[in-house]
Design a protein around this ligand. Structure first.
Ligand SMILES: Nc1ncnc2c1ncn2[C@@H]1O[C@H](COP(=O)(O)OP(=O)(O)O)[C@@H](O)[C@H]1O
Ligand SMILES: O=C(CO)[C@@H](O)[C@H](O)COP(=O)(O)O
Length: 547
């Protein structure tokens, strides 16, 4: 009997799969992570490939190449080479890859990969005796993929909003007004500036669907959830919006392929992995999605919970039953329940900006950074800072801005004041903008923290104080790869007929990491109001510099 993804995995259909495992990937900005879980959703193996240090030939910093202040890319072939490495590392863990019943994954959102004409044929005929990167070298019509940090498409954004009758109309349709990093605007820029490369492209993938293609050995569909980060998908009809496609570039529907629900079984794993690594030929590839949607899947959320992800970017997101798009923030299709949605706010200057201040003030040590943070009082003597290494998304401002207790701009702070100003400033911004969007965090709701910086308890204390609520963390801070492994299992069990919550309900591994200090609300409520006024000052300064 052949194993069928829609069958309950009783063991009758797949006797050799008594100890099934599920493999989840996360192609995030700085690294490729893989997590393997067993049937009880316990993490059995975790491996990582760090782009800067393990693939130095690509000369990335933080996984990316900054071409200039607004143009940011990553080499497509670097991600392919990372798959070669991660597979070798998984073998070394001792994992029997024939136990993997399904694979799924996530990718940094919005980035675009351009497959050259003829690439599909190469993907379908991979030779198991060679590395992937040797075979896929020539498959890209654009060598360096524009990624989510890119802010170079303002012209295309304005044109798209105008074509659609305004920012609000575009947001109503696609879940977001036009954003520079959103893929439709990136594709429009490519078509306008490099028409030959666009013409030579037979398929455009997101990082997520590109990664899925590498496991499927064919072009993988874009899923509804990550597809909502393109300014191209009608988030209610769940199909490409022709008005948007036509405003961006010709023949785009064909180059994007048909979008699918995120839990779709795309097919069996490519024979390449069966022959080279010993996967079972019936191992399923379940649709890959964005890293934030995958994180949502990795965290057993309750109504009212807000996730704060502190990775390369900082994001806030929550589960929504209905879509009410606005001019700030994004509404994405939900990655696990087809009719639900999620709301997302993204801040570009997250961990890499924290690393810069750590290097400047704390000799590159997180320990010292945390000591400095804890050595200053809540409220930081009235000092407030805003630090934007790249043009921020909300608001679109740049540079370092420091204000003393009288609201006067100053050029420097002492080291400990600088560290607290950075962390308080980052979380004050999150509170201000999440409240603007109507996210309400209060008594009874929880903030769930994830991402690399969620390992830092001093940072989490400031988060608890500024939001006046308790902060929880999971055992695995890598919620995106974990969520991908959960999604692999959900897809394997039949995503349409099985509720995701029923699959992951056994997982309740949240630990209390910080509770708000008794005086937190008294200190931070007025500070939120001051932050708003100072942010307006910075916005005004930025616009006068542009004009
Ligand atoms: N103890 C710590 N304190 C603060 N930040 C940390 C700590 N440990 C790691 N990080 C940050 O975590 C970041 C990586 O987070 P991660 O969620 O893995 O990123 P991504 O998924 O975007 O690649 C690093 O850039 C680093 O700055
Ligand atoms: O642009 C966004 C979300 O809209 C970013 O959150 C990217 O998805 C990158 O994620 P990380 O690598 O920071 O997790």
């Amino acid at each position: 009997m052949t194993c069928n993804a829609n069958m309950a995995p009783t063991g009758d259909c797949c006797g050799e799969w008594n100890d099934k495992t599920y493999l989840g990937f996360d192609f995030s900005t700085q690294q490729l992570k893989a997590v393997v879980i067993n049937e009880n959703l316990e993490v059995k193996h975790e491996v990582t490939v760090h782009f800067d240090s393990e693939l130095p030939e690509f000369r990335t910093h933080g996984g990316v190449q900054k071409v200039d202040n607004i143009t940011v890319t990553a080499p497509s072939i670097m991600w392919v080479k990372a798959v070669d490495l991660v597979m070798e590392k998984l073998k070394v863990t001792g994992l029997d890859l024939s136990t993997v019943a399904a694979v799924s994954g996530a990718g940094q959102q919005h980035g675009s990969i351009y497959w050259r004409k003829g690439a599909q044929k190469i993907l379908k005929n991979l030779h198991p005796d060679k590395f992937l990167h040797e075979q896929l070298q020539s498959c890209f019509s654009v060598r360096d993929s524009p990624i989510w940090m890119d802010g170079s498409t303002t012209t295309q954004c304005l044109a798209l909003e105008e074509a659609l009758g305004g920012a609000q109309r575009l947001a109503e349709l696609t879940g977001s007004r036009a954003y520079e990093r959103f893929t439709g605007n990136q594709i429009a820029k490519l078509f306008e500036t490099k028409p030959e490369s666009y013409k030579n492209t037979e398929r455009v993938s997101l990082v997520s669907s590109f990664a899925a293609s590498l496991f499927l050995g064919d072009y993988a569909a874009i899923d509804f959830s990550d597809g909502s980060g393109m300014n191209l998908l009608d988030i209610r009809r769940k199909d490409w919006a022709d008005e948007c496609l036509n405003a961006c570039a010709p023949d785009l529907r064909e180059k994007l392929g048909k979008p699918v629900p995120s839990y779709t079984v795309l097919g069996n794993i490519s024979p390449y992995y069966v022959e080279r690594y010993g996967f079972n030929e019936e191992c399923k590839v379940v649709g890959f999605t964005g890293d934030n949607p995958a994180s949502l899947a990795g965290m057993n959320l309750k109504e009212g919970d807000v996730v704060v992800s502190l990775g390369t970017s900082d994001t806030l997101f929550l589960w929504l039953k209905e879509a009410r798009p606005d001019l700030e923030g994004h509404i994405l299709c939900n990655p696990v329940e087809k009719d639900d949605y999620m709301a997302l706010l993204c801040f570009k200057n997250g961990s890499l900006t924290r690393e810069r201040i750590r290097n400047e003030c704390a000799d590159g040590s997180w320990e010292l950074f945390s000591e400095l943070l804890e050595s200053t009082p809540r409220g930081n003597f009235g000092n407030i800072g805003m630090y934007f290494d790249l043009i921020e998304i909300i608001p679109t401002v740049y540079g370092d801005h420091r204000f003393n207790k009288n609201g006067e701009e100053v050029s420097r702070f002492s080291k400990e004041v600088e560290v607290r100003a950075l962390i308080e400033g980052q979380f004050l911004a999150k509170r201000v903008h999440s409240e603007n969007l109507g996210f309400s965090v209060g008594p009874g709701s929880r903030v769930l923290a994830t991402g690399g910086a969620s390992e830092n308890s001093a940072i989490l204390q400031v988060l608890a104080d500024i939001f006046s609520t308790s902060v929880y963390v999971q055992d695995v801070s890598n919620s995106s790869a974990l969520g991908s492994a959960f999604r692999a299992k959900h897809g394997f069990l039949g995503g349409d007929s099985t509720k995701f919550a029923d699959v992951i309900n056994p997982v309740t591994n949240w630990t209390l990491a910080a509770t708000p200090s008794p005086d937190a609300a008294e200190i931070y409520n007025p500070m939120v109001e001051r932050y708003k006024r100072l942010e307006e000052k910075v916005i005004a300064k930025h616009s006068s510099m542009k004009n």
